[in-house]
Design a protein around this ligand. Structure first.
Ligand SMILES: NC(=O)c1ccc[n+]([C@@H]2O[C@H](COP(=O)([O-])OP(=O)(O)OC[C@H]3O[C@@H](n4cnc5c(N)ncnc54)[C@H](OP(=O)(O)O)[C@@H]3O)[C@@H](O)[C@H]2O)c1
Length: 183
C-alpha cells in the first residue's frame, strides 16, 4: 500500500512511499482511508521534525477488518480518527479501536476528515470559555475551521449575543442555523 511522506526533514517536498500493508494487532481495527485532513500542524511538523514526517493527523474511512476483541465497529462501518503522531495519509491503517469514532451517514468522509483537530480545538475553547450567558462575545476568525465550529455550538445557546467577525462573503453561512455536523 502507499502512504504520503515528507521526503527529507525540514524540506517541503512530499512523496508516495510503498510499504507493506499493516496487520491489525490486538485492540486494532483495520480501515481503508478515504479522506485525509491536512492541518497546519502537518506543515509545522514538517519544518520541525528531525525525521521525515508521516503526513496526516486526521482521516476518515471504512472498516475493512474488525477488532477481534470488540464488535463495536463492524466491517463497512464509516469512521474517523485523530492521530497526533501523524501517518493518517495512507491507504490502509491499523488504528487503536478506541481512537475510532463512527461517522454518521449524513457526513461525508471528506467533511469527516476535516473535523477532528479543528473540532477538538473548538471544543476546548467552548469548555474554556465556560458560561457566556448574558455576555456579548466577539469571535474573530468566525468563518475558519475552528471559529465556524465554535459558532455552530455556541449559536444554539446565545444566537443574538455573539458577533462573528469574518469576510462578508462568509457571513451568511456563519449566521445560518448550526450545521448538522455539530449536532
Ligand atoms: N485548525 C486547527 O486545527 C487549529 C489547531 C490549533 C490552533 N489553531 C489556530 O486557530 C486559529 C484559527 O485556525 P483555523 O484553522 O480556524 O484557520 P482558518 O480556517 O484558516 O480560518 C482563518 C480565519 O481567520 C480570518 N482571518 C484571516 N485573516 C484575517 C485578518 N487579517 N483579520 C481578521 N480575520 C482574519 C478568516 O476570516 P475570513 O477569511 O472569513 O475573512 C477566517 O475566519 C489560528 O490561529 C490557528 O493557528 C487551529
Amino acid at each position: 500500500m502507499r502512504r504520503l511522506v515528507q521526503c527529507r526533514p525540514g524540506q517541503p517536498e512530499v512523496g508516495l512511499e510503498t510499504v507493506t500493508e499493516p496487520r491489525p494487532g490486538p485492540g486494532h481495527t483495520l480501515i481503508r482511508v478515504e479522506a485525509v485532513g491536512l492541518n497546519r500542524a502537518d506543515v509545522l511538523y514538517m519544518q520541525m521534525a528531525e525525521r521525515p514526517w508521516r503526513i496526516g493527523i486526521d482521516c476518515a474511512g471504512t472498516v475493512i477488518e474488525t477488532d477481534p476483541a470488540s464488535d463495536a465497529l463492524p466491517v463497512g462501518a464509516r469512521v474517523l480518527t485523530h492521530l497526533p503522531g501523524g501517518g493518517a495519509a495512507a491507504e490502509i491503517l491499523a488504528v487503536d479501536t478506541p481512537k475510532l469514532v463512527r461517522l454518521p451517514d449524513s457526513v461525508s468522509s471528506v467533511v469527516g476528515a476535516a473535523l477532528p483537530l479543528a473540532g477538538l480545538v473548538a471544543r476546548r475553547l467552548v469548555r474554556t470559555a465556560g458560561d457566556l450567558r448574558g455576555l456579548r462575545v466577539l469571535i474573530t476568525g468566525a468563518s475558519g475551521g475552528v471559529g465556524f465550529r465554535w459558532c455552530s455550538w455556541r449559536a444554539k445557546k446565545a444566537r443574538k449575543k455573539w458577533l462573528p467577525s469574518c469576510a462578508p462573503a462568509s457571513h451568511a453561512s456563519i449566521c445560518a442555523p448550526p450545521a448538522r455536523i455539530s449536532a
